[in-house]
Write a new protein. Sequence first.
Lengths: 448, 448
Amino acid sequence: MNTLFLPELREMLADANRAELEEFCDALNAGRTAEFMEGLDNEEIWQVLQYAPPDRRAEIFGYFEHERQVEMLASHPVEQAAELVDEISSDDRVDLLQEIDQPRVEQILQLLPAEDRRDIQRLQSYKGETAGALMTTEVAMLAENLTVREALDELGRQASELETIYYLYVVDENNQLRGIVSTRQLVSRLNRPSLTLGEMMESDVISVLVTDDQEHVAEKVERFNLLAIPVVDSGRQLLGIITHDDVIDVVREELEEDAQRIAAVEPLEQDFLRIALMSLSYKRGIWLIILFFAALLTAFALRHYDQELETYAWLVAFIPLIISAGGNSGSQSATLVITAMTSGDVKLTDWPQVLRREAIVSLILGGFLASIGYAFAIFLAPSAFDALVIPFTLLSVIVCGCLCGAALPIMFKRIGWDPAMMSNPFVAGIVDILGIVIYINIARMLLG
Amino acid sequence: MNTLFLPELREMLADANRAELEEFCDALNAGRTAEFMEGLDNEEIWQVLQYAPPDRRAEIFGYFEHERQVEMLASHPVEQAAELVDEISSDDRVDLLQEIDQPRVEQILQLLPAEDRRDIQRLQSYKGETAGALMTTEVAMLAENLTVREALDELGRQASELETIYYLYVVDENNQLRGIVSTRQLVSRLNRPSLTLGEMMESDVISVLVTDDQEHVAEKVERFNLLAIPVVDSGRQLLGIITHDDVIDVVREELEEDAQRIAAVEPLEQDFLRIALMSLSYKRGIWLIILFFAALLTAFALRHYDQELETYAWLVAFIPLIISAGGNSGSQSATLVITAMTSGDVKLTDWPQVLRREAIVSLILGGFLASIGYAFAIFLAPSAFDALVIPFTLLSVIVCGCLCGAALPIMFKRIGWDPAMMSNPFVAGIVDILGIVIYINIARMLLG
């Protein structure tokens, strides 16, 4: 938090020093202006914001934490709140209004122009995590027959209303998407002002359907290196665009969810510090229980071998070591394969190569850990020969762990399950039991 | 892979059908054009590309896999390769040339204009993972005294050379960054053509130093919602810009590395299928060995308690269950805290809240798993009273696991270590040993 300007800001507010407050709101980058105000309370921030012109006010407002934005909109004079909501970009304001009490939202909506009200209601109707829920409806739509010159003029009129103008979308009279022209192309054709948009547009437009999943949207934007992607309905009518900043958020969300799934947590889909504790317990509990039952099987397996474990009691000490060696190498393999599949580096058809490589790596790793394990086993086992159980077991368990860890995510993906969600619990369960079975059987063979 | 057009494309090539090949290269979105060619071999792709005008050729070429790009540049006539390299954006071509043999690179460089050659050599000199290594030097630089009209004309001249023109950067005669004007602002001021850039620019420009780390760059771009960020040297001279697509790559890379670190793998920094097996073994092996020694400590701890384990032999069967319950709940906590810190949801100062919440959640989870555990322990233990050891141990181990898992990443961040790298091995090691110590001591208290 930047507290540098706080005393001055509070003094300006106390004096209601219009000139200085207006300058403060205008002189800096909007994000930086917000940063300097972070130390103020919501009431003070709201007061300062009233000195900024409405569009600038909305811009600065957008940089505060989501939670503070909601609180400020919910608690200040409804006229001021409505004036602000009117200026916030269409996708962001829908997200904000969702978290405010319904009666308050109704009050705000009533003060908005009919067009904005309809726009908000339409956007609210799209399901979460779809293109519709991500898009903004503020998009530069222009007719095919406009010339470069006319398009620039029209754009000049629309620009202050728009979030972004990297691309102009060319539509017909029914708002059907016909083509795309980048601002860069438009500017570079200024020397041919009578060229029409129809003549210069690219008609093969990469777009998404309003019902498409957000991960599909992100994947397309990344693959085609776009700054924004148009959203159309099934009749190719242009409904809005999704901009790059929302795409970064989706990528971040998706990868965070992967990391959580890998650690056997049902994705939170909320802030870690704000999610209700019961729902956090549930999202962790279901997987802990599944893993627990897998471990229970291990308990029964061990119980089954109690004869052997009583005869060779020194074997007990190495149980955690063997289980953890298999589990750790397996979860390394699973995580590497899962992240490589998410990023597209590994495809389903690559499975023979993946397994071949894992087999080699697991022999190297297993061989190495087996040697270290043997060095220590000599001290704990009755004889150097007995101690051989440990390296043989470690090598076998690590090879099994790596192969299971690599194969399961690919198999799960193949049958349409989420590889990140399913793999680690299964890898852990399978490797644990396999580890015990291998351990006792190698011991039987060598010592029996 | 899209194989729809392959037969037609091959026929066109066989006939050297100029008109159709030129149309194929021009009609579609460049990314889609590349997609349709994916099934061709490199030689065929290269032939098709010769029918596209040079700038378009570079655009399509940019959509092929990095590996194919390198192969094509390395194996075709050096004049054609140089013509292509000349058109590739400055940051991408440096990445490509790095992977081509030095003699070949020299040949290509000699055929480039002196200015491009210097540009490439300068960019090659920046260290990896810094702003300098990410930036492109193609940036719209304009003088302060230009009017809106003049700026548009100048931009029209520069546009075809530039990667992006969302922002125009205003510089003085020494190329020092003075301010920034968005294309949107410029276009919306077309009705005031005599306004100068100096009058409309924002002089508080968010920028990064050429030596800044790439994660710092990504963080700034995300925080300020930028499409591109200017890169300056210590004297504020404008050197280049970093665009949004490179930022998405950095975010993806960073989160993938987090996931790998959480699974105790040293970040690969290369494709999973392309990294050398010895280096993959090394990146996994060092952490497996650290984890192995942690597990060895457990073996010695168990060895220390062999008296108790012989007396109450049924306890042995539950060792894996107890260790895995602690390990799984601990790694859930660690992963949640690590991802929340990466995304900025949890800050260092939030630690009391994190621990308070973890304490509650761990009591809920522990209580639940303890009940299930008891239900099964009754069958395996000599008596229902003896079986009480299991639920008490499970509850204690899960509470310890969650608190360790949540506290360690915060502590590591506090002392400046990477929380993702350090936490899980430590959590596993500490929780394993703690689990054994708790287990045996509860057994002693209840049964002794």
